[in-house]
Structure formats: structure tokens, C-alpha cells
Design a protein around this ligand. Structure first.
Ligand code: 2AM
Ligand code: CA
Ligand code: CA
Ligand code: CA
Length: 266
């Protein structure tokens, strides 16, 4: 399916920012890094990528509002549209030389996510989705994995970072999931994790304490790949709660159930 004009704009912005990130990744030891909170780093690379995305998107669609990780909210005259941007998802990986990071750009129209792009410049993998138009990786149509037995699955997650609570609850969830699946993976870029669920590379995913910019593009990607996404209660409150659970219809339902269990002794 040919990309729409708006998706092309998003792809161009993500690729241009991706080239900037790739250059900075090559000399990561020279980057200026600062601390936003406990364990919460941000670098020149994050800011540069965000500048590029902001410039490209506002040039193509003046007036659209923004929600960006580093700049925060930027209002626009157009109250129907909002870009939701994470210029570098996986900063910790990036700063450690681990090539698992991404750019995530989502577009909301009247509060509904209608287009999403997730780009990993280190692997040159570009994930795109449009509402009703399917999800793609470098032009290949994506479909979530079809495994239906939890014991066969690989499930991604994110460990709550320093400065965010709920570690006790999370450890109970992790224990119960570990006991029921074939493998648990923690890659460190929530946006990429969601793209991998859309691509069928992971059968499911859950994480807490996320922000809209980590999830916006990925939520659409998974749904357009035939998957299911919700908050832990099964509702659509991922942005409000910061928590997300995803998979194909059966694995999503099974994960919701496992995550609700009290600590099962073994
Ligand atoms: P980031 O790299 O854009 O900050 C990994 O579990 C996810 O959590 C990533 O999407 C990462 O996004 C985010 N993250 C990692 N450490 C964080 C921290 N200290 N504070 C807030 N978000 C963090
Ligand atoms: Ca960050
Ligand atoms: Ca992020
Ligand atoms: Ca980020």
C-alpha cells in the first residue's frame, strides 16, 4: 500500500533524526549528558533529534500541536491534531553503546492515533502504520505472532526505573509471568518492544510507568498488525495509567489474567 502524504512526512522526519542519532552513536563518549532525575539521563543526541523532528513536522504541518519528551507540550492553532514524539527511546542503551533504541512519532487526530512511525537507525528498520491501512516494516506487511499457548511465548517487559515505585508489585508480576512463559526479554526501548510485538518477534509485552510518547505509535502498530493492546484492567487508559499490556487476542487475554494473580508460591 502506498504511504499517505502525512505518513511520508513522518518517515522523512524520523529518518533525518535517525541520521543524527547514528552520527552521535558513533562517538557517544563525546556527548554532553545531564540528569533529569534519579537514573534518568538525557543527552545532546536526544535534544538534537527532537529539534530535527520538531522542525520537519512543523514545516510540513504548521499549527499542529506537539507532545514531546524533552520539550513537553507545544500548543498549536489546530486543536484537532497533535504529534506525540519520543526523539530517542532507549537513551540508557544509547549511552552504553547498545544499538537497541528508536525514534517514535505518533499522530493524534481528535484524540485518536491515526499514524505511527518507529525507526531504529542502528538496524535501519522502519516501522510504519496508518489507521485502517495496516502496519509495515520496511514495506513488509506485519502480523502479530500466532502462538496461543503462553508456555510457547516470548514476552517482553520493562523493569520500572529508579525513581519510579511499584517494584514490589512488578516483581510479583514478573515471577508469575516467568513461571508461565518460554522466555522473558527486557530490551530497554518500549517503542521498539511494541514494534517487535507488531512484527511477531515477541508474542506479548507489558510495562508500567510509561509515557504517551513511548506508546503512541506502538499502540497503533500492534492494532494494525491484528494485535490487542490495553491497560492492565483491559481498558483503553494506557496514556492515563502509563501501563500497557499487548499481544495477539489470546495471549493478551492470558497476560491480563496472569498479571492479576497474587504471588503464586513455588
Ligand atoms: P527513554 O529512553 O525515552 O527515557 C524502558 O523501560 C522505557 O522506559 C524506555 O521507553 C525509556 O524511555 C523509559 N525510561 C527509562 N529510564 C527512565 C527513567 N529513569 N525515567 C523515565 N523513563 C525512563
Ligand atoms: Ca528519557
Ligand atoms: Ca521513551
Ligand atoms: Ca526519550
Amino acid at each position: 500500500m502506498p504511504r499517505s502524504a502525512i505518513l511520508n512526512v513522518m518517515v522523512q522526519a524520523a529518518m533525518k533524526a535517525g541520521r543524527s542519532l547514528a552520527r552521535d552513536f558513533g562517538e557517544v563518549q563525546n556527548l554532553q549528558v545531564s540528569l533529569k532525575g534519579p537514573g534518568d539521563f538525557v543527552s545532546q543526541a536526544d535534544h538534537k533529534a527532537e529539534e530535527i523532528i520538531h522542525a520537519e513536522l512543523s514545516r510540513a504541518r504548521p499549527g499542529y500541536a506537539f507532545l514531546m519528551e524533552e520539550r513537553g507540550e507545544v500548543s498549536g492553532e489546530d486543536d484537532q491534531h497533535r504529534w506525540i514524539v519520543d526523539p530517542l527511546d532507549g537513551t540508557t542503551n544509547f549511552l552504553h553503546g547498545l544499538p537497541i533504541f528508536s525514534i517514535s512519532i505518533g499522530l493524534e487526530r481528535q484524540g485518536q492515533i491515526v499514524a505511527g512511525v518507529i525507526y531504529n537507525p542502528a538496524m535501519d528498520e522502519l516501522y510504519t502504520a496508518e489507521r485502517g491501512g495496516g502496519a509495515f516494516m520496511n514495506d513488509r506487511r506485519l502480523r502479530v505472532a500466532s502462538r496461543t499457548k503462553l508456555t510457547d511465548t516470548v514476552i517482553g517487559t520493562g523493569v520500572p526505573h529508579l525513581g519510579r515505585g511499584h517494584h514490589g508489585n512488578y516483581l510479583i508480576e514478573l515471577r508469575n509471568v516467568m513461571a508461565e512463559v518460554s522466555g522473558v526479554r527486557r530490551l530497554g526501548s518500549a517503542a521498539l518492544d511494541l514494534a517487535y510485538v507488531a512484527a511477531g518477534r515477541m508474542d506479548g509485552f507489558w510495562e508500567h510507568a510509561l509515557s504517551p510518547w513511548d506508546m503512541a505509535a506502538g499502540i497503533l502498530m500492534i492494532r494494525e498488525a491484528g494485535g490487542f493492546v490495553s491497560d492492565p484492567a483491559g481498558g483503553n487508559g494506557m496514556f492515563e495509567s502509563g501501563s500497557i499490556v499487548a499481544g495477539n487476542e489470546i495471549i493478551h487475554r492470558a497476560l491480563l489474567k496472569t498479571l492479576k494473580k497474587p504471588l503464586v508460591p513455588r
